[in-house]
Design a protein around this ligand. Structure first.
Ligand SMILES: Cc1cc2nc3c(=O)[nH]c(=O)nc-3n(C[C@H](O)[C@H](O)[C@H](O)COP(=O)(O)OP(=O)(O)OC[C@H]3O[C@@H](n4cnc5c(N)ncnc54)[C@H](O)[C@@H]3O)c2cc1C
Length: 366
């Protein structure tokens, strides 16, 4: 059986690590992984990197080395079409046949439909492109820089806090949210604590109007407000890659639907995990934690399908501990409606987050 893994996302990294550590778990036969990058980025440490606590290399997983150790052939190119009926996928312009295909290509944060965005703004994902853009912009060392972050979800808030810390008190950082209030996905207590942290840092919050247009030095909101900015960052949620819909694999929102065994309901020889997938039986917000947790079940199911055994269901967690870094080495913990750390955060919680994140990265080096 020929297996193709598309994308070095968090779940596929777990699968590769398992096959590297325990070759007996690797299904027999040729396995190919395609990703346009030679390293993949771990998002949990991105805010710490933006804040200046971690160099870029601390967030990078060496994909060629991991593929070598897992006996997986790697193609450094992006896929742009799947033919689910003929069981083939186009990677870097060439078609490759498969018996089993697993998709873990994540999502992006580009606001392609927003006028001016692609010319004047920087999307927070893909992370590598964002890190390079941020480093280039930082090198300009503008006096009193102004940054506007589109999207006041948890990711946008964390990035804004990290930028405000890195840029210092002369900078003006503003979060822009189309909803009536920031952090729309959080409960009242958690929202109040994160908003408190943003206010302590002097981060402005503009809510209640969508962004209508982006220019080189300003954001124009639909209600007429204009926010001047030297750097505009897009952090408004996870958007599906458009080519998947063209391949006929997606739901109306553009995500790949999967059943409990992570298989596509119509094409069971296609599996999907991470942000690009939508778990029909148990939908969850897009988060790296869910992708990581899918890894062991995905590895099990690929091996089972190759061996002709039944795959097992994946049971995602209902909620998970969110550790939100506040720019400086302090963090807030959010879990099941509880919020710990206060608006000033806790150094102990940051050390816990740092330990968890470094532990995740270190597992790849074993
Ligand atoms: C600022 C920020 C902070 C975050 N913090 C957290 C956090 O603390 N905890 C948490 O759980 N989540 C966090 N997230 C969310 C997290 O980043 C995503 O949920 C997670 O990265 C999704 O993992 P994934 O496996 O779906 O894919 P990704 O990790 O996004 O990887 C996808 C891979 O696929 C590759 N790829 C893309 N297109 C193609 C293609 N066409 N062909 C082949 N390969 C392709 C990419 O190069 C990439 O290597 C954060 C997000 C942001 C923006």
């Amino acid at each position: 059986m020929r297996i193709i893994l598309l994308g070095g996302g968090h779940a596929h990294i777990g699968v590769l690590r398992l096959w590297a550590a325990r070759p007996s778990c690797r299904p027999r036969g040729p396995i190919l992984l395609a990703d346009p990058g030679s390293e993949v980025w771990y998002s949990g440490m991105l805010p710490g990197h933006v804040a200046g606590h971690y160099p870029a290399r601390a967030l990078m997983i060496d994909l060629p080395r991991l593929c070598d150790r897992a006996a997986v052939t790697r193609i450094e190119a992006a896929a742009d079409a799947v033919d689910p009926v003929r069981r083939r996928v186009r990677i870097g312009g060439a078609w490759h046949d498969f018996d089993l295909l697993s998709l873990d290509i994540g999502a992006h944060a580009r606001l392609d439909a927003l006028p001016g965005f692609s010319d004047h703004a920087l999307a927070v994902k893909p992370l590598g492109t964002f890190s390079e853009g941020w480093a280039r912009w930082l090198a300009k060392a503008l006096p009193a820089p102004r940054v506007a972050v589109i999207g006041a979800g948890l990711g946008g808030a964390e990035i804004a806090l990290a930028m405000a810390h890195r840029l210092g008190p002369d900078a003006r950082v503003t979060l822009i949210e189309g909803d009536a209030q920031p952090l729309p996905g959080l409960g009242a207590r958690a929202r109040a604590m994160v908003v408190g942290a943003l206010e302590r840092r002097g981060i402005g919050i503009l809510t209640g109007s969508a962004v209508a247009r982006v220019e080189a030095d300003a954001l124009h909101l639909a209600d007429g407000r204009i926010e001047g900015a030297d750097l505009i960052v897009g952090a408004a949620g996870a958007r599906p890659h458009g080519w998947l819909a063209v391949s006929g694999l997606t739901d109306a929102r553009g995500f790949v639907p999967v059943g409990p065994t992570l298989q596509h309901p119509e094409y069971p020889h296609i599996l999907a995990v991470g942000d690009c997938a939508e778990m029909l039986a148990s939908p969850r917000p897009k988060a790296g934690v869910h992708a990581v947790r899918q890894g062991p079940d995905l590895a099990h199911n690929l091996a089972a399908l190759v061996a002709g055994r039944p795959p097992r269901p994946h049971h995602p967690q209902r909620d998970f501990l969110k550790l939100v870094s506040l720019g400086e080495r302090r963090a807030i913990a959010l879990w099941r409606g509880l919020a710990l750390g206060g608006a000033g955060g806790s150094a102990l919680l940051w050390r816990l987050k740092d330990r968890i994140d470094r532990g995740f990265m270190a597992r790849g080096r074993c």
